[in-house]
Design a protein. Structure first.
Length: 191
């Protein structure tokens, strides 16, 4: 998803008009055409303008940038936006470690997918990334997707978690998130 599509998606999620966003970044309500040009890809906002748009939309600026894939945060943003474009594109699963019978044995990784009519005509390949920070992030993302599927969080909370990540990152509940993204009800509050 390109920068313009990201701006539009988040602006609509925030229920803002183009005129409201233009005014929020100091362009004035009559400059909504400029926002339309950004969203259509006709114009590319400068980094400073993109940062102002991010503040106005209340998101992590990196959620709007075109990622280079050079670090964990950018890789996670790539994955998040891939999921927004096609929700069933990515499958995330946790792997189980099995005891090695032979220490010299190569890493044996097998993943199973239940055939539910969506099996392609060729074998599905998996990818294991041997990076602790990325694996922690992927694990938390897997938890959020599980919570969404179970109805623990709603679609809006899930999207909020993604567009403000890593400020919403809890790293498996080891840390408190730096930004509120959930709408807890009273039963969720510890006593």
């Amino acid at each position: 998803m390109d920068t313009g599509q990201k701006i539009k998606s988040i602006r609509e999620f925030r229920r803002m008009t183009q005129a409201e966003l233009a005014a929020a970044i100091g362009l004035g309500a009559k400059a909504q055409a400029r926002i339309g040009q950004y969203e259509s890809g006709y114009r590319i906002p400068k980094k400073e303008t993109l940062d102002e748009i991010a503040v106005a939309l209340g998101v992590n600026p990196k959620a709007l940038y075109e990622p280079t894939g050079k670090n964990v945060e950018e890789l996670m943003q790539i994955f998040f936006w891939m999921e927004e474009e096609k929700t069933d594109l990515l499958k995330i699963f946790t792997m189980q470690q099995l005891p090695a019978e032979n220490e010299a044995a190569e890493l044996d990784v097998n993943a199973y997918h239940f055939a539910n009519g969506h099996w392609p005509p060729f074998p599905i390949c998996g990818l294991m990334l041997n990076d602790r920070a990325l694996n922690e992030c992927m694990w938390e993302w897997s938890m959020r997707r599980t919570e969404l599927a179970a109805g623990i969080i709603n679609r809006e909370e899930y999207f909020e978690w993604k567009i403000n990540w890593p400020k919403t990152c809890e790293f498996g509940m080891k840390h408190m998130p730096r930004r509120t993204w959930r709408q807890f009800d009273q039963r969720d509050v510890p006593k």
